[in-house]
Design a protein around this ligand. Structure first.
Ligand SMILES: NC(=O)c1ccc[n+]([C@@H]2O[C@H](COP(=O)([O-])OP(=O)(O)OC[C@H]3O[C@@H](n4cnc5c(N)ncnc54)[C@H](OP(=O)(O)O)[C@@H]3O)[C@@H](O)[C@H]2O)c1
Length: 314
């Protein structure tokens, strides 16, 4: 079978997780890597047997002709590097968030549309095997009636390590992971109302959020996030006579009408690798092969919906 050849931009913490799954999928080959600090790209190339290290994105594409590109750079660089990557007209995978701000994500969406570029954005939680299983259980019993997502951040732990721009836009930089779950589970939103405020002088926008959402499906939902209170991330789906809880997001439970709780067991690929990453990369490979984005993957249009929802909630 002809392998799908992918070029990687960025040699940081998250790149390793992507390279680990790439190594395990035999029909995908990381053909070359480039990064801002070339020595780090060289280290990863050695560790993961990547045949080429390129000095720039341009030389990576012109020398090695990848079938697709993965943009895995720092969050405050995503927008610029994503724009550069889209210039080559080949499919792009963008880590989340695709840009720091919704307006920038909108520009990327327009660019992708005008150049007919296939895109996928790295909301890896979408690919958790327990989410598909949980949704199937809800559907087997009837409709999804409601959902709650708790997206508390650990701001007291991380704020010192964030640059001003990333901290100020943390709702886009990181909380989009949990806000995206409203989109994944609930679908398109009809109405969004939110009470939000900030308790820290470091934030001009919210660090405390209590949001209410009505979905086009008729389901209703809640989003809450209190960034200075230890709470963690969780999601609960309310169905007809059944409730599915993901708490933490990596553990699933079904609660029946007798209040009996049964665990939803994750597929081995979600425990062997960083959860969701294996199927996420397979989906990008399939996007390159078939030209079609398949649920639960988020393309740039879907990612923009999540960015806009974050903007409405803050
Ligand atoms: N899906 C998830 O669960 C998840 C988890 C964590 C992070 N992320 C996302 O993944 C992305 C990367 O995060 P990370 O934690 O890996 O960050 P990181 O450790 O800081 O790594 C970023 C890498 O990108 C390189 N880089 C930065 N700007 C560049 C540019 N203009 N051109 C080429 N390379 C550039 C950096 O080079 P230097 O070595 O010179 O700094 C570094 O190697 C972020 O967008 C983040 O939001 C996703």
């Amino acid at each position: 079978m002809k392998k799908i050849k992918i070029g990687v931009i960025g040699a940081g913490a998250i790149s390793k997780f992507h390279l680990e799954v790439a190594k395990a999928i035999e029909w995908i080959e990381i053909i070359a890597i480039t990064s801002r600090t070339l020595s780090k790209a060289e280290e990863l190339a050695k560790e993961f047997n990547i045949p080429h290290v390129s000095e720039s994105l341009e030389s990576l594409v012109s020398d090695h002709h990848p079938d697709g590109l993965m943009v895995l750079v720092s969050v405050n660089q995503m927008y610029n590097v994503a724009r550069q990557a889209m210039e080559f007209g080949i499919p792009v995978f963008l880590e989340k968030p695709p840009a720091m701000l919704p307006d920038q994500a909108k520009e990327l969406e327009e660019l992708a549309q005008s150049k007919s570029i296939l895109t996928q954005v790295g909301f890896n939680r979408r690919f958790y095997s327990i989410y598909k299983k949980g949704l199937d259980i809800i559907k087997k019993h009837g409709e999804l009636r409601g959902l709650t997502v708790q997206g508390h951040e650990r701001m007291w732990r991380i704020e010192k390590s964030l640059d001003d721009e990333t901290r100020e836009n943390w709702i886009f930089a990181n909380s989009t992971h949990t806000i995206d779950l409203l989109n994944l589970f609930g679908g398109k939103t009809k109405t969004v109302n939110s009470l939000s405020k900030s308790v820290s002088p470091k934030f001009s926008s919210a660090d405390q959020i209590a949001g209410l959402v009505e979905f086009e499906s008729g389901a209703i939902g809640q989003y809450s996030a209190f960034w200075y209170s230890p709470g963690g991330w969780s999601a609960t789906l309310y169905g007809d006579g059944v409730t599915v809880e993901f708490k933490p997001l990596e553990k699933g439970f079904v609660i029946d009408q007798n209040f009996e709780t049964t665990e939803i067991v994750a597929d081995p690929i979600d425990t062997q690798f960083k959860a969701g990453f294996y199927r996420q990369l397979e989906a990008f490979g399939n996007l390159i092969k078939s030209g079609e984005s398949q649920w639960p993957a988020a393309d740039i249009h879907e990612a923009l919906r999540t960015m806009k929802l974050a903007d409405q909630l803050r």
